[in-house]
Design a protein around this ligand. Structure first.
Ligand SMILES: [Zn+2]
Length: 167
């Protein structure tokens, strides 16, 4: 698979990231991996019913790229339905519109993680597992209008989050 050039902006991750046909033991199960940008393309085009052009704009990618992602997503979903494969949603070059902020109750260290990486197990600073969501930061990334994420600057290293210092 070709490496994507730009991070695609997505709104969030699916609540469930693994879909499994009933009655097939995991060991016998084949799975297809749907990347998060493919999932987002499905959501925008097929579920929300957006025109490809609008959906592409929402993800800050070209319409052609969007079409390619969507086609790949359709193929994988069809493969899963027809051949009884599980679907795992993960990966992809994405930039989250929202992220989760955690705070350590022991040392008050605060850090951000992108959606989809799971709840952190321990504070990266003091290894305490007494963590909580810093909910004050939730919703911050929405509704800003323009600016953030507009136009790919090809900063490939920062696929997952945009950095924001929290004190
Ligand atoms: Zn800590």
């Amino acid at each position: 698979m070709a490496r994507p050039k730009c991070a695609r902006l997505v709104d969030g991750l699916p609540g469930t990231t693994y879909f499994k046909p009933r009655g097939i033991p995991l060991v016998d199960l084949e799975e297809v991996v749907l990347s998060v940008d493919e999932f987002e393309a499905l959501r925008l085009a097929d579920f929300d019913g957006l025109y490809h052009e609008n959906a592409a704009a929402r993800m800050f990618i070209s319409r052609a790229t969007f079409g390619r992602i969507l086609e790949s997503a359709h193929k994988k979903v069809a493969d899963s339905l027809i051949n009884g494969k599980a679907i795992k949603v993960e990966g992809g070059v994405i930039k989250m519109a929202q992220k989760r902020v955690f705070q350590c109750s022991a040392c008050e260290h605060t850090w951000e993680i992108p959606f989809g990486t799971g709840r952190p197990e321990a504070c990266p600073q003091c290894s305490s597992n007494n963590l909580h969501r810093a909910d004050s930061d939730r919703g911050h990334g929405r509704g800003g209008g323009g600016g953030r994420g507009a136009g790919c600057r090809h900063r490939h290293g920062q696929a997952a989050t945009s950095t924001k210092e929290t004190t």
